[in-house]
Design a protein around this ligand. Structure first.
Ligand SMILES: [Zn+2]
Length: 157
């Protein structure tokens, strides 16, 4: 993924922390597969007229999750927004169709490896929008921590 492609992607996303943007711009911190996945995720948000908020990528992810997760630059956490303003959340509790459509769009990406539904996002409607293979390694859809967020993990090869 070129530096130009990374820069173009970063302009499409909303950030809670500046470090998340810097992580995406640095090819030593985030993987090409994650960039490709996030482009598809941003496209899926565009398709429902929304924006993607990132709340953690690598530098500010609070836990050690191994070389194929945030720590290896293969994952990001976030949410769907009505606008480019952090806090202008789209409801993820199943009451807003756009959220499940966004999840279905990211699920269709060839770069999708894991989608974790945390807190409010963990409900039957959202689970129905994504591929859930809990018997697989890696599992492809799962309940994340109780904090409201969506974990987006890219393919690793
Ligand atoms: Zn995560």
């Amino acid at each position: 993924m070129s530096a130009e492609a990374r820069a173009a992607l970063t302009e499409r996303l909303v950030y809670r922390n500046e470090s998340d943007k810097l992580d995406l711009l640095d090819e030593n911190l985030t993987q090409t597969f994650l960039i490709a996945f996030l482009i598809d995720i941003a496209d899926a948000a565009d398709a429902v007229g929304c924006k993607v908020l990132l709340t953690a990528v690598r530098s500010d992810h609070p836990t050690v999750d191994g070389p194929h997760g945030h720590n290896g630059g293969f994952a990001a956490d976030g949410w769907l927004l009505n606008s480019a303003k952090d806090g202008d959340y789209v409801s993820g509790d199943g009451s807003d169709e756009r959220f499940a459509k966004w999840l279905a769009g990211m699920d269709a990406s060839p770069y999708r490896r894991q989608i974790g539904l945390g807190g409010e996002a963990h409900n039957d409607k959202n689970l129905a929008a994504i591929t859930v293979q809990l018997d697989r390694d890696p599992i492809t859809g799962f309940l994340d921590s109780s904090v409201d967020h969506v974990h987006m993990g890219s393919t690793i090869a």
